[in-house]
Design a protein around this ligand. Structure first.
Ligand code: ATP
Ligand code: MG
Length: 313
């Protein structure tokens, strides 16, 4: 069967692996010697593709795949410290090894194949983006009522859990209420995912704060390990693609915040300079070289500030 997913993706010839799926950013492979769909592991390769507003942009951002992978691995280690298999946090993650084909070294990891829950688990400790848009319309975020008078960048304490439904390829992920999530995954799993997401957010928020970065919000995905029945943390975590990182020094509610994520690209796309009309349905224009370079610099800076290590391409 042809691989599903994003059509323009590069499917590399990787010795020992068969390409099975490409999302907007990542390419998935399974061991060539396993029956299709039945392997215990997968190879997750992060490409340099960047997406915004549901479009994959051109050209790619050099080193982005390596930054995402290295940052994810760093966080998994931090977040699973002390994991002992017991219920409750910390949570187990899906990485099995970083022993990957030479062609994708540094930007790939071998993971346990999980049965992914069809929801994106989002924690927000600050109000902005699609949360702010819903709040302005109805005073709620994914149906949760919030106090009046909040502005762009207001802190939400405690942080809130705002799930979204994972859309089919090419469709827009859709915010859903906790009740709708419970219908999709079952009430017990919904409770557990909410608990794990908010716990992960609060631990990561504290780590980021020590590095001078505000973790405004983040999206994680979980799955079930078919071998053990355990809920395991999958996908990528706490990267500039899945999170909003703000500079703590510049933070000031009531306006857009200086950020280390792809907000920079979104801002350029929606500015007059790009000439692109988001509502037109047209493909976005090519990113100019300086936008590519500044975006790369922001991804690298996020990595270096958080981990305290220089990024080595
Ligand atoms: P989008 O372009 O909207 O992000 P996507 O999430 O499908 O689509 P990617 O994030 O590029 O695309 O690809 C990663 C895919 O791999 C996701 O569908 C994710 O749910 C899935 N995934 C991540 N970890 C695992 C795992 N351990 N087992 C099985 N699938 C996984
Ligand atoms: Mg994804």
């Amino acid at each position: 069967a042809a691989p599903r997913g994003f059509a323009g993706a590069e499917a590399l010839e990787l010795p020992g692996w068969r390409h099975v799926y490409s999302g907007k950013v990542r390419d998935l492979y399974e061991p060539a010697d396993a029956a299709p769909g039945e392997s215990e592991t997968l190879l997750v390769v992060a490409s340099d593709r960047i997406s915004a507003y549901d479009h994959v942009l051109s050209p790619p951002i050099p080193d982005k795949g390596a930054v995402l992978t290295q940052l994810t691995l760093w966080w998994f280690e931090r977040l699973s410290e002390g994991y002992n298999g017991a219920a409750g946090a910390p949570v187990e993650h899906h990485v099995v090894s970083t022993d990957v084909p030479e062609a994708v070294a540094g930007r790939a990891m071998v993971v346990k194949r999980l049965r992914m829950f069809p929801v994106e688990c989002i924690a927000r400790g600050y109000l902005t983006g699609s949360g702010l848009a819903e709040y302005r319309e109805s005073g709620t975020v994914t149906g949760l009522p919030l106090p009046t008078g909040l502005v762009d960048g207001s802190r939400l304490d405690p942080a809130i859990f705002t799930p979204s439904a994972k859309a089919e390829v090419g469709e827009h992920d859709e915010n859903i209420t906790f009740e709708q999530m419970s219908e999709r995954v079952g009430a017990e799993a919904a409770e557990r995912l909410r608990y794990l997401t908010l716990d992960l957010y609060s631990r990561a928020e504290a780590i980021a704060r020590d590095a001078g970065i505000i973790l405004a919000d983040t999206k994680v995905e979980f799955g079930v390990d078919p071998a053990t029945g355990q809920v395991v943390l999958g996908d990528e975590v706490l990267t500039p693609d899945s999170s909003r990182f703000w500079d703590a020094e510049d933070y000031e509610p009531g306006r857009a915040q200086a950020s280390f994520d792809k907000q920079f690209v979104r801002d350029w796309l929606t500015s007059d300079a790009s000439g692109w009309d988001r509502a037109s349905g047209a493909e976005p224009p090519e990113l100019p070289a300086d936008v590519v370079e500044k975006t790369r610099a922001r991804y690298v800076e996020a990595y270096e500030r958080l981990t305290g290590r220089p990024f080595e391409a």
